[in-house]
Write a new protein. Structure first.
Lengths: 340, 340
DNA sequence: GTGAAAGCGCTAACAA
DNA sequence: TTGTTAGCGCTTTCAC
């Protein structure tokens, strides 16, 4: 299996060694027919013996197809994002595609620059996960196939959109708190530009209204966008608490914020869930292992990733999508634990 | 800024539009000299007007250089790995490189297949993060530049190796437990094939010896390789506890296992840190937010990533590395929290 | 069933 | 300072 040849061998050389033309070798490799079984056997033998490996760059240039997908994501170190990317990579690998990963860092300029690079590298499609603004398809070439996950495309016509049901997640999470008896709710939120955040907030508000809890007595606690860490949530909650904003229920827009909130409450002398009930979003692996364990809204990241890839592959294969397919909402689940 | 042209324009066309030769356009774009300021101005104007974007595939084919780095990682959804990958991507992006991400899934066949693909895509270098076996450079072409992170290369001559000081991490973590008065220690471990796991275990054993604690009365609790989740750790610890293996200190080879251990102890009626002291490894963001907060060994993932990239870039630029550079150990830090 | 030849878009000799 | 030309390794007509 040792492949330590200094120079990669080309189809041309394989052709020479096999006594056939490059065209025939190409046909054999790609199983395009128009060759005899005998030829196939012989060529394959020579290929094996010489440890030939396809030069995908040349193939790409010729075919205008790179067998590579670009994945745009704000921050791969986020547990939810990385779990989606993991699924995508696995699925796409099984279909013969590689994945170029692009952390946009929520920086529009970087995103734009990456888009240029990806186009130059002839990616066959784009998977866009989350992001502050709506995704504007006009910043890429018209033929760039794109699927947006948890991020609204500006012009829904050209781009496929797929998302968890964040609105319902916010609604149900809030409902849980209310049904458990909470009367003064707080929501702790960051990245309000995010489609997903806005939807979760909308769910929260609608739940309050449904249950006749005036929004005014409740509290929106904002965390700076750049501070996605639990620490920022902890400080904000503590500040609110000290200002006399006592609440008996907190819906945290994500689990990290929830962990911070939980710690803040503890430090302030409030017990979870006795005095304050808390529910998060994303169902991080560690929700189970915090104490008390954290209730959360679970997104079906597997399905999200798989559907997104499937749709992109369909676009790549020039299939026509129905309008139902072009815009899909994936249901979420509530996972109840000790924190409520 | 709208770039919705159906067909990308080529250097040749830019040349025609500018009234110069393709060679000159190329020189201008790449700033290779041999053109007048006047020409530069004019060509750049035409490039802007026509929204020209470089075709990197063609460039790669010609230059045998793809401006792309392959990153091999067992599982990007692991918090520590994803934080390293994040850093790598940021750094490499700033140097003009893209990153193809490859989850090996700890599957040798997949790894091998990926290596073939990456070679075919002409990656300029390989960043190999962790992995069960030693990395065998003979499975890639000799000219494939490789930096291994936390994974020993089989033949240290050709490949750069960089790692955290796992041994010292294990040693110090264990020492902390001992100094806090623990006398019957347990270590909970998974993935024992991993270089990093073995080193941490070695540190544990050496610490015991140094402090005269017989290894026999201590306990190695193993978790199946495929079960990297806290749940497996919880069950194993619970099992040990029920069998009467009472310990007063646990060194968990990573934080996930530590969280599981913590939960198991709680369920068994033991208090952390009063009855059992626990320390983990990796310093996950959530160590601070568990209750009790978890002590841990912190790897300097920023430095690990940056150094690895720097070394790879040096190799790419054909710089000669000193033997000190070719093999580097990065110091770790102990972070003490409530759990001890 | 097979081969010859063109060309994807770029860069790098070499010539001028 | 600029242009001409060849060719990277592949696929794909078109001819036989």
């Amino acid at each position: 299996m040792n492949n330590n040849d200094e120079n990669k061998i080309s189809i041309k050389q394989i052709a020479k060694l096999s006594g056939v033309s490059p065209a025939t070798v190409s046909r054999v490799i790609n199983n395009n027919g128009r060759f005899s079984e005998k030829t196939r056997h012989h060529v394959m033998k020579v290929i094996k013996e010489n440890n030939y490996g396809m030069n995908y760059i040349a193939k790409s240039l010729r075919m205008k197809k790179s067998f590579t997908i670009g994945v745009l994501v704000p921050d791969i170190s986020n547990a939810f994002f990385s779990s989606i990317v993991l699924r995508m990579e696995k699925y796409l690998y099984s279909k013969g595609y590689s994945v170029i990963i692009c952390n946009t860092d929520r920086d529009e300029q970087k995103e734009l620059a990456y888009l240029r690079t990806l186009e130059g590298k002839m990616v066959d499609g784009l998977l866009v996960i989350s992001g502050d603004q709506e995704f504007d398809p006009s910043v890429v070439q018209a033929q760039t196939l794109t699927v947006c996950i948890d991020r609204k495309p500006k012009n829904a016509d050209n781009v496929v959109f797929i998302s968890s049901d964040h609105y319902r997640g916010g609604l149900l999470a809030t409902e849980v708190l209310i049904k458990k008896g909470c009367e003064k709710l707080g929501i702790i939120i960051s990245h309000e530009n995010l489609y997903s955040s806005r939807e979760r907030l909308r769910g929260f508000k609608d739940a309050l209204e449904t249950y006749g809890l005036p929004y005014s007595v409740n509290k929106v606690i904002r965390v700076e966008d750049k501070e996605t860490k639990p620490e920022a949530a902890r400080l904000q909650i503590l500040k609110s608490l000290r200002q006399g904003d006592l609440f008996d229920g907190v819906f945290a827009i994500n689990d990290r914020l929830a962990f911070g909130a939980m710690k803040a409450c503890r430090e302030f002398g409030l017990k979870v869930p006795e005095n304050v009930k808390i529910i998060g979003f994303d169902d991080d692996l560690l929700c189970t292992y915090s104490s008390p364990s954290l209730s959360s809204v679970k997104q079906d990241s597997d399905q999200l990733a798989k559907k997104a890839c499937d749709l992109l592959l369909k676009l790549i294969h020039l299939e026509v999508l129905t309008s139902n397919e072009r815009c899909q909402i994936i249901p979420i689940n509530i996972v109840l634990r000790e924190s409520v």
